[in-house]
Design a protein around this ligand. Structure first.
Ligand SMILES: [Fe+2]
Length: 248
């Protein structure tokens, strides 16, 4: 695809890349009232409209599932998503909407594997996150267990795990074990600060990113994502041909 096609005809070059090139956003928090994302249906619809105007055709929304904080019952997510789909259709929103989850790798992993309580999307892809303060004890065994159970792992926003800035080999190890990495587009706007931006750049420079997400919880994330659409790093990443969002 030529460079010209990357930029929205309506918004012009100065607004940056038209995200229709990605087709699908695989990370957001738009099921109302079940995590720290959208609090109500009205907000969810407003956020969906913004994602549509950024160019997306499809959204796989991914509520947090954490053993301690958000005890989301993954078996309810399809019904909650159906309500969101109905409301969106009524509002004239044309996005395809699906639901997955963002699972925190914590001590509940083994139990969830046994009970089949992981919410996947696509061909058994599982979006996972790890704590921002320090990696969990037993990370290697969680990953091993999940992969043995057949899950294809996507690590959410690796650029935000700053405890590995000086231990970059941890990222290399995860890549070597087959984990895909999903970068938050807004990290390229320096929304999370310079350190996250620098780590994002290093991951991009090392060809370690396969997926992009907005991680939309609220309108401020749409604004930061919009800002990042002008980032040369985003352009470089998309030009690399490594991004596989369209497969979802
Ligand atoms: Fe998230």
């Amino acid at each position: 695809m030529g460079l010209f096609n990357w930029f929205s005809k309506d918004k012009g070059f100065s607004k940056g890349i038209d995200l229709s090139i990605l087709h699908t956003d695989i990370h957001s928090h738009l099921i109302p009232g079940i995590d720290d994302g959208s609090p109500d249906m009205e907000t969810s619809l407003a956020l969906l409209k913004e994602l549509e105007s950024l160019g997306y055709k499809k959204v796989i929304t991914t509520p947090h599932v954490k053993t301690e904080l958000f005890q989301n019952d993954v078996t309810r997510l399809d019904d909650l998503c159906a309500s969101l789909q109905r409301a969106a259709k009524f509002e004239g929103i044309k996005l395809d909407i699906e639901v997955g989850a963002e699972h925190l790798l914590d001590e509940g992993v083994t139990d969830r594997i046994e009970k089949g309580l992981f919410k996947t999307f696509g061909q058994n892809y599982l979006l996972v996150e790890i704590p921002f303060v320090a990696p969990p004890f037993g990370l290697d065994s969680y990953i091993f267990e999940l992969q043995l159970a057949g899950y294809k792992l996507i690590l959410a926003h690796p650029e935000r795990y700053l405890y590995w800035v000086n231990d970059f080999n941890q990222f290399v190890r995860l890549k070597d074990s087959g984990v895909l990495f999903q970068l938050n587009i807004m990290s390229l706007s320096s929304y999370f600060g310079k350190d996250v931006l620098h780590l994002a750049k290093k991951l991009i420079d090392n060809n370690m990113i396969e997926l992009l997400g907005t991680d939309t919880h609220a309108m401020r994330h749409i604004e930061a994502t919009q800002k990042a659409c002008s980032s040369p790093l985003l352009k470089k990443l998309i030009e690399s041909g490594r991004i596989i969002n369209k497969e979802f």
